[in-house]
Design a protein around this ligand. Structure first.
Ligand code: NAG
Ligand code: NAG
Length: 348
């Protein structure tokens, strides 16, 4: 009897016992996780038209995701019991009621570097953080001060960013970065920006953070198509940049963890898994790994990937990539399952 009493006392003193392992999923980053924020801003980098979203939750719905369906972050939300999708913060169809358990501040085309978001006039990372601060105020009004604070502390944060700093900025000569930095210096610059960003999230209450490593970016169809020397093959130089960035990030984890008590920062190791998938596509039932499903698949994304294009594939599940840069929903699901099983499960 006293034991039972003690147990009940313990349970009732846990402030907000819920069945889900985390009360919310909060997402920052670029097109790999943008679930529709770019629909609300004046940029050319959009995907809220068909054939984008043609397989979305069983019925065609172009949400602004750069995919035929859902993104990896949507699958994380599902795995954590937080609903089938992560709604975009700027989407007027959703309210704080939805955002209280899942919210996305990401913007396609953005980067760690302010100069990257300027290229296509998308939301810079610092502005994503401003939206997060505004969100916290709305959450307080909705849940009350104490529960809002608890939600922010206990939430799972997912960050997926960095590719555009290389692909859209440094290597495409759209800004002056290639003159100001060697590629190694630019990597260090991006890592320092990553450190600042994570410290800022920490100071705003974030503790459980999953940072997605960079993919083998040299293997996306657009990069293969611009491989001047070995046309159609992965660009090894770009893959190496991704690997180097990833190892520097893993060093940064040690530094941040030592100085920020209670921080649980994990690296989501997507590189090797994605590379073996690209090298063994038939293991997963894919028939094409070199082209996107949409249009010719060599270079099209955004407005170039339109619903009248006669070359668009019938069955996206046979393709690793949906457009010239972004994975199909099937690929996102496979990668998300892998990361949930191997890494994110520690937050469950
Ligand atoms: C990026 O821009 C914001 C807003 O202007 C500024 O506060 C921040 O310092 C800039 N970051 C860098 C690294 O220049
Ligand atoms: C991860 O776990 C899910 C559910 O248990 C399983 O269906 C899936 O095959 C696993 N995926 C990988 C890539 O290990």
């Amino acid at each position: 009897m006293p034991l039972l009493f003690l147990l009940l006392l313990c349970l009732s003193s846990l402030p907000f016992l819920s069945l889900a392992a985390v009360p919310a999923i909060i997402v920052f980053g670029d097109s790999t996780v943008d679930t529709g924020n770019n629909n609300a801003i004046p940029t050319l980098l959009k995907s809220n038209f068909m054939p984008y979203g043609r397989d979305f939750l069983g019925k065609p719905y172009p949400t602004g995701r750069f995919s035929n369906g859902r993104l990896a972050s949507d699958f994380y939300a599902e795995a954590f019991g937080l609903g089938p999708i992560v709604p975009a913060y700027l989407d007027p169809a959703f309210t704080i009621n939805d955002f209280a358990s899942a919210v996305c501040f990401a913007s396609a085309g953005t980067g760690l570097d302010n100069a990257t978001s300027d290229v296509l006039s998308v939301i810079p990372l610092w502005k994503e953080v401003e939206y997060f601060k505004e969100y916290q105020e709305r959450l307080k009004a909705y849940l009350g001060e104490e529960k809002a604070k608890w939600t922010v502390n206990e939430a799972l944060y997912i960050i997926s960013i960095g590719t555009n700093d290389f692909v859209e900025n440094y290597y495409s000569y759209t800004t002056t970065r290639f003159k100001e930095f060697t590629v190694d210096e630019y990597k260090d610059f991006l890592i320092s920006l990553t450190g600042n960003f994570i410290q800022e999230l920490y100071s705003l209450g974030a503790r459980k953070i999953g940072f997605t490593g960079l993919c083998p970016i040299g293997c996306v169809p657009l990069e293969r198509s611009s491989n001047f020397f070995r046309w159609g093959e992965c660009m090894e130089e770009r893959n190496k940049v991704a690997r180097d960035f990833n190892s520097k990030f893993q060093e940064l984890i040690g530094v941040l963890s030592a100085s920020l008590p209670g921080l649980r920062l994990v690296y989501l190791p997507v590189y090797d898994f994605f590379l073996q998938l690209v090298q063994n596509p038939s293991l997963y039932g894919y028939e094409d790994v070199e082209h996107g499903c949409c249009a010719t698949g060599f270079f099209e994304l955004g407005y170039l990937c339109d619903q009248w294009n006669p070359f668009t594939c019938i069955d996206a599940d046979k393709f690793v990539f949906w457009d010239a840069v972004h994975p199909t929903e099937k690929t996102s699901r496979i990668v998300a399952n892998y990361l949930v099983n191997t890494t994110l499960s520690q937050f469950m």
